[in-house]
Ligand binder design. Structure first.
Ligand code: GDP
Ligand code: FE
Ligand code: FE
Ligand code: FE
Length: 188
């Protein structure tokens, strides 16, 4: 999809700050896709729409999670912050008409990750974490790995996120753990 057209579709669904974040994720993801010889057009589209459902009404998302086969009900017992990724993938397909399963997968797994992520999944997961506006503790160790070792960079992002969640006494979503273990075995 044409970049300007796609950005115009997503903009009304985002705050100004989130729209700026989205554009930085786009630039970061396209740069990583080019570096790793992945499809830059798919990376661009996935990045543009990755936070499409970020501000959807919680009741609307809850109803979708309850009713849609493709959305696991287990999401409901976890933080609603996790919902926008899988719900976003569903709505981007339904409302925007994006049918490419690789793009939809990258959107779906951008928050938690999962075991056996594709390269595009990893690029979006990582771009969302390291875009230049981000300032997470430990991010300075992740950024230099992005173009050295994609698995290691994703592993460090996953580890930082899990450490952060543990420090806040938050439960960890199963796929977040599956991503961590899978990447651990890949980088050890
Ligand atoms: P954003 O949408 O660009 O702000 O970024 P993300 O979609 O990656 O993450 C949204 C939030 O989900 C972040 O605050 C993460 O720390 C949080 N998060 C990621 N994995 C988990 C998890 O397994 N459990 C919980 N409770 N939160 C998580
Ligand atoms: Fe997100
Ligand atoms: Fe369901
Ligand atoms: Fe994001």
């Amino acid at each position: 999809m044409d970049k300007e057209k796609a950005l115009a579709i997503v903009k009304p669904f985002l705050t100004d700050a989130r729209y700026e974040h989205t554009k930085r994720v786009v630039d970061t993801a396209v740069e990583l896709a080019a570096f790793y010889e992945e499809d830059t057009a798919k990376a661009e589209t996935a990045a543009i729409f990755h936070d499409y459902a970020k501000y959807r009404d919680l009741m609307e998302m809850e109803a979708l999670i309850k009713n849609e086969q493709s959305l696991p009900s287990e999401l409901l017992v976890h933080h609603s912050e996790l919902w926008h990724a899988p719900v976003g993938a569903l709505l981007v397909e339904r409302e925007v008409g994006i049918g490419d399963p690789e793009i939809l997968s990258a959107i779906r797994w951008h928050t938690t990750g999962k075991a056996d992520m594709s390269r595009l999944d990893k690029i979006i997961f990582l771009a969302d974490y390291i875009e230049p506006g981000r300032d997470f503790p430990g991010i300075e160790k992740v950024r230099p790995q992005a173009k050295v070792n994609l698995d290691l960079a994703c592993f460090l992002s996953s580890k930082n996120t899990i450490n952060f969640l543990l420090s806040k006494n938050q439960p960890i979503y199963p796929d977040t753990i599956f991503a961590y273990n899978d990447l651990f075995l890949k980088v050890k």
